[in-house]
Design a protein around this ligand. Structure first.
Ligand code: GUN
Ligand code: ZN
Length: 427
């Protein structure tokens, strides 16, 4: 057994429904076989487990591992394409890079870069948009498995409106997806998600093939994009004349349920929000991407009013990096700019969105905060001595204020140590 002695912050109680930030200045967190088995004042925990090894982490602040509910593996090298709306950015920036993953060796290199991007940012769990190429998705799962990060991912499917190398057929994607799902779904910390790119690039037959795979392999997840950009939405409605709205293009194939996570949802109708709430589908809010592509402002208030679950995603590479601290800060800015229509977010809200809310959206009850019974997925934020975050953390008047400084100033350079299931991740 190991006892981590630490200053710890987490959000087991939802601040959107009255919960408060949980903060202990000198906590003991006892971990056995990767699971938190005791927690309390350090002296008490140490007394209860006299033989435990003590690891002193008081030179930093311990947080739960971050959960990224929307991030694109083949786009790490496409980060930084500024100045374009969604469809132009896809054509000019993202899709040419994604074509390169047809080369399995290239894909293996990118998979290593990508998983490093996650863990060095403090992300321990992610719902990952895979590649259009089955070997590249296999490489992602293999690398995630090697490092131990919790990844849900799948083969991205499309059969229209994309560059030819990214197109496939419903039959082929079913076969490739089935092989990947049989190999990786439920293997250790990995799960498979049916992943049509978006309705604009998938025919009804392609969506049907995803539904068939989900019917044949129990427990698969579903993820895609929705309601991101007005031109995209108009094109989707045009292509699915029988559908009432964007969500219906997925829902009519049985793809919307409690294991569905939809990215963006900046321009939903009330009908769509009501259906998301009643089916238990969650939304991945990706604020740096939405800002970079000028896609719109996230109507968080309407999501909360309808009871739709919301978590955070980085949306690398339209998003500007792997840090969920940055996404949290940008989510805060976006709600501020909405003024009366926005939700005033506190630092506790941001931490909840980046951790517990993500775990809930992904159905992973075992992670998301540092309570007894959860896996020890944790991040030590320890800034360089003398840097602004270090100065800030030494001059705070409250835990909430310390957390606000972390969301304002922390970058991956401040993430000193990361554990997943009690195992420390190298780097
Ligand atoms: N819609 C379809 N594909 C993508 C993508 O790669 N990024 C974003 N932001 N939206 C998309
Ligand atoms: Zn995306």
């Amino acid at each position: 057994m190991t006892i981590y002695r630490c200053r710890v912050l987490d959000t087991p109680d939802d601040p959107f429904t009255g919960g408060e930030l949980r903060s202990h200045d000198d906590a003991g967190i006892a971990v056995e076989a990767g699971v938190i088995v005791d927690r309390g004042a350090f002296r008490m925990v140490a007394e209860r487990h006299p033989d435990a090894e003590i690891v002193d982490l008081r030179d930093g602040v311990l947080l739960p591992g971050m959960v990224d509910t929307h991030v694109h593996y083949p786009q790490i090298r496409a980060i930084g394409g500024l100045g374009m709306p969604l469809l132009d950015w896809l054509d000019q920036c993202a899709l040419p890079e994604e074509c390169k993953l047809a080369d399995a060796e290239y894909a293996r290199t990118v998979a290593r870069e990508f998983v490093t991007g996650l863990t060095t940012a403090g992300t321990t769990t992610a719902l990952v948009f895979g590649s259009h190429f089955a070997d590249a998705v296999d490489a992602l799962f293999a690398e995630a498995d090697r490092v131990g990060v919790r990844v849900t991912a799948g083969l991205v499917t499309s059969d229209r409106n994309l560059p030819e190398p990214l197109l496939s057929t419903p039959a082929r994607t079913y076969d490739e997806g089935r092989k990947l799902a049989e190999r990786w779904h439920g293997h250790r910390r990995l799960r498979y998600a049916v992943t049509p790119r978006f309705s604009y690039s998938t025919s009804p037959a392609m969506l049907e093939s995803g539904a068939a795979l989900a019917a044949d392999v129990p427990g698969l997840w579903f993820t895609s994009h929705i309601n991101e950009n007005p031109a995209e939405i108009a094109a989707v409605i045009d292509q699915f004349p029988g559908s009432a709205n964007y969500l219906d293009t997925y829902h009519r194939h049985g793809l919307i349920h409690e294991r569905s996570v939809l990215a963006h949802n900046l321009h939903p109708t009330d009908t769509e929000l009501a259906l998301m709430a009643s089916t238990g589908a969650a939304v991945a809010h990706c604020p740096t991407s939405n800002s970079a592509l000028a896609s719109g402002s996230f109507p968080l208030r309407r999501h909360l009013d309808h009871g739709v679950a919301v978590a955070l995603g980085t949306d690398v590479g339209a998003g500007s990096g792997f840090s969920l601290f940055k996404e949290g800060l940008q989510a805060y800015f976006m709600q501020q700019l909405l003024q009366g229509d926005g939700v005033p977010l506190t630092a506790a809200h941001l931490l909840h969105l980046a951790t517990r809310a993500g775990a809930t959206a992904l159905g992973l009850d075992e992670v998301g905060d540092l309570s007894v019974g959860r896996q020890f997925d944790a991040v030590l934020v320890r800034p360089t001595a003398g840097h602004p975050l270090d100065v800030g953390l030494r001059h705070t008047d409250s835990a909430e204020n310390a957390l606000a400084k972390i969301f304002s100033l922390a970058t991956p350079a401040d993430v000193a140590r990361v554990w997943i299931g009690g195992d420390e991740v190298a780097g």
